[in-house]
Design a protein around this ligand. Structure first.
Ligand code: BT5
Length: 266
């Protein structure tokens, strides 16, 4: 196995970060998000990182699956008790995707872009995604599990039929393999930095960075909501992380949850 928790911790020292104070590595789990939730309930601290070599039941959003072959990619979850009001919950996903994309760009030189809210793309193909699962009680976020899936060394043969056309990996794009341990460490460090900004209420810094990394803003998009579909131009994101779109009739709508398909450039 490539990872051990102790090795990863050594790479993070001497900087003691909130994220990665505890790093627990498994060979195979059903889902690192479910494991991270269990560990938090057992008393592990906020900032605990769970990594697995493979997942038997990797989760996407809305009950979808995350294809998770063993030994190829990064499957990592961060268990948090964020000190932010629930209305900024979407921003946690945006903060996470900013951290991951920044780390990937810097350390792989792959031109990763963000598609609202949680996708990491290369040349319009998905190479990563974030699944944030939260427990909210009243005005408090009791827990948040941020699940990060990055296709690192996966080849087309490792993919199922279902994703072969829409997915890619760092290796497919660059033609070389990457160390998953080093990428994990860089993501943890970057996550720590952006998460601190979120807790310090520096939302504008996060949103500005998101806009810089985004391939969504300025594009015509199709948005699939639970009750309707919209064709619109993505204009910006607001303080709460919602996507602001301009419809054909000139009116604006704010989208807080839904699937976005990128259509052509404006
Ligand atoms: C996501 O969902 O993009 C969130 C993915 C989060 C995965 C991580 S891995 C660690 C942690 N533990 C978990 O159990 N989950 C998290 P969504 O936006 O719903 O996208 C899911 C869709 O992406 C699927 O329906 C497929 O079409 C596609 N897909 C599935 N596996 C993929 C892969 N490995 N690479 C690219 N696309 C994939």
């Amino acid at each position: 196995m490539e990872f051990t928790g102790e090795e990863l911790k050594k790479l993070l020292i001497p900087k003691i970060l909130e994220i990665g104070k505890e790093i627990v590595v498994y060979d195979e789990v059903e889902s690192t998000n479910s494991k991270a939730d269990e560990l938090l309930k057992l008393g592990y601290p906020s900032g605990t990182v769970v990594i697995a070599e493979g997942q038997k039941k990797g989760k996407g959003r809305l009950g979808r699956k995350w294809i998770s072959p063993s030994g190829k990619n990064l499957y990592m979850s961060i268990a948090l008790k964020p000190n932010i009001p629930p209305k900024y919950a979407t921003l946690l996903t945006l903060t996470s995707v900013v951290a991951c994309t920044t780390a990937l760009r810097r350390h792989t030189d792959v031109p990763v872009t963000i598609k609202w809210p949680n996708d990491m793309l290369v040349e319009n193909k998905k190479i990563g995604g974030i699944l944030t699962e939260m427990k909210i009680e009243g005005e408090i976020i009791k827990s948040a599990i941020v699940g990060i899936g990055i296709n690192v060394n996966m080849t087309e043969e490792d993919m199922t039929e279902e994703i072969r056309e829409i997915a890619s990996s760092l290796r497919i794009y660059k033609g070389e393999e990457f160390s998953r341990s080093l990428l994990a460490v860089e993501i943890i460090k970057e996550f720590d930095k952006w998460y601190q900004l979120l807790e310090k209420r520096e939302r504008k810094t996060i949103i500005d960075r998101w806009m810089q990394l985004s391939g969504t803003i300025g594009r015509q998009v199709k948005i699939v909501l639970s009750d309707k579909e919209l064709i619109a131009v993505a204009e910006a994101i607001d303080e709460e992380g919602r996507l602001i779109v301009k419809l054909n009739d000139g009116t604006y709508e704010k989208i807080s949850a839904g699937d976005v398909t990128l259509l052509r450039t404006r």
